[in-house]
Design a protein around this ligand. Sequence first.
Ligand code: SF4
Ligand code: F3S
Length: 106
Amino acid sequence: MTYVVTEDCIKCKHQDCVSVCPVDCFYEGENFLVIDPVECIDCAVCVAECPVDAIVPDDAATQFWIDLNAELAIKWQDNNITEIGDIPADAAEWAGVPNKLDLLIR
Ligand code: SF4
Ligand code: F3S
């Protein structure tokens, strides 16, 4: 099992999740983060930190989001993130907005 970042993170990217991860397994894109499923130890600490509930266990995620986290964790391997950086100025406006996948910058 692993934990998975899902669509609600896109363009919200609050980053509260990254500082609590004991194994530093978050990787950063321009407007989304992913969890490396190989490194995640399934502690679930990050879940409650996300203001938009974007992080779920893999048994509550679709295979698409499981695969996307794995794929982008490799693609973004040089962009490990462990501390909160700049939060998008319009993050609150994107909270809960559906169908954001087309806006994901890979
Ligand atoms: Fe890190 Fe734990 Fe969240 Fe996995 S479940 S990403 S180990 S905080
Ligand atoms: Fe994204 Fe939530 Fe973390 S919005 S960056 S998963 S705190």
